[in-house]
Write a protein that binds this ligand. Structure first.
Ligand code: ATP
Ligand code: MG
Length: 331
């Protein structure tokens, strides 16, 4: 099935592409010296929103993202389910990769949603991150190229991973297995003369078991997506306590570097209140970019795509592109 090509707001006012191109079909061409955006009618809320989106797009246009001095390993975690971990992982990864960065996504959620969104085969018979964690298979053997995005590779998760929480318990160095696999893989890439990875994103399951612990031990940074809903902050203290435990006993370098507000519904006061509260508690970590609730974001995975490739002109894609730029600047 072919995806429809209009984002909700863009569908109502079909101006963004025309404005990005310089002129709309109906309007007379603007004189070269006049900024087209100055001519926009901002007398209605919708037109104002559109004008604001266009200004945001303009800011991103042609922007070159700095490459980090060393590989940034970020684990995307929140034990609360359905808050946008996977969506954030794949879309940030896609945004950075399409900006020329070398990105690896490691899917350690047995649901395999990140693998699906990136179009990576993760049927039960495929060699996957399960084999890396349990059978010491080199990460290089399971990493697959994302079909739509050049610089993006992914280590898929298969259903076998569902049993890994229990199987890991009896293994040697059970908390360090992912970390070791990543180190070996990085050294192997270097030996082969491959370019250094700029980012590794680890998509965690919604639990604080051994799979998530492996991600915390392997990473330097934690990225927490927070859904702008009433229960958002419940459970966050438990997550932060766990991270403190990891810092104390297993990985002293781990920091909660980034918080991203997701599924923001601008029509409700509640979303604004939750966002304000999170910003008050974590002024340094919360990104300025906020991901709105967007139909395009939620339908992209059903086409085995990220919203960045599915509809780059949508508001959801714009927010993830902004978030990626902010993360890159913070390096
Ligand atoms: N900005 C958004 N707008 C609309 N829908 C969204 C948005 N972000 C995520 N979703 C949808 O919300 C659902 C949950 O998102 P996602 O799978 O990313 O969460 P998760 O935290 O990874 O979930 P889990 O805990 O099960 O791994 C998905 O159906 C996804 O498509
Ligand atoms: Mg997920």
């Amino acid at each position: 099935m072919e995806p429809a090509k209009t984002e909700s707001s863009a569908a109502l006012v079909p101006a963004p592409q025309a404005i990005e191109g310089g002129v709309s079909d109906e309007a007379a061409p603007a004189p070269a010296s006049v900024d087209v955006m100055d001519l926009m009618d901002e007398s209605t809320p919708l037109a104002r929103e559109l004008a604001s989106e266009n200004r945001r797009r303009e800011k991103l246009r042609g922007r070159v993202l700095p490459r980090p001095p060393q590989t940034r390993i970020m684990t995307v975690s929140n034990q609360k389910g359905g808050v946008g971990k996977t969506t954030t992982t794949v879309n940030l990864a896609a945004a950075l990769a399409t900006a020329g960065q070398n990105v690896l996504v490691i899917d350690i959620d047995p649901q395999g949603n990140a693998s699906t969104a990136l179009g990576i085969d993760h049927r039960a018979d495929v060699e996957s991150i399960y084999d890396v964690l349990i059978d010491d298979l080199p990460l290089a053997n399971v990493v697959a190229q994302c079909p739509d995005i050049n610089n993006l590779i992914c280590a898929p998760a298969t259903i076998h991973l569902a049993g890994a929480e229990i199987e890991l318990v009896s293994l040697v160095a059970r908390e360090q297995r992912l970390s070791r696999a990543i180190n070996v893989y990085a050294a192997e890439r270097e030996k082969q003369g491959l370019e250094r990875l700029d980012y590794i994103f680890i998509d965690c399951p919604p639990s604080l078991g051994l799979l998530t612990v492996n991600a915390f031990v392997a990473a330097r940074e934690v990225l927490i997506p927070i859904q702008c809903e009433y229960y958002a902050l419940e459970g966050l203290s438990q997550l932060l306590k766990n991270i403190e435990m990891i810092q104390k006993h297993l990985n002293a370098e781990l920091v909660v570097s980034t918080i991203l507000l997701t599924m923001y519904d601008g029509r409700t006061n509640l979303a604004a209140q939750v966002a304000a509260e999170v910003r008050e508690h974590f002024p340094e970590q919360v990104l300025r970019a906020v991901v709105p609730r967007s139909v395009r974001v939620s339908e992209a995975p059903s086409y085995q795509q990220t919203v960045i490739t599915y509809d780059r002109s949508s508001t959801g894609a714009l927010s993830y592109l902004e978030a990626a730029a902010e993360i890159a600047q913070r390096a």
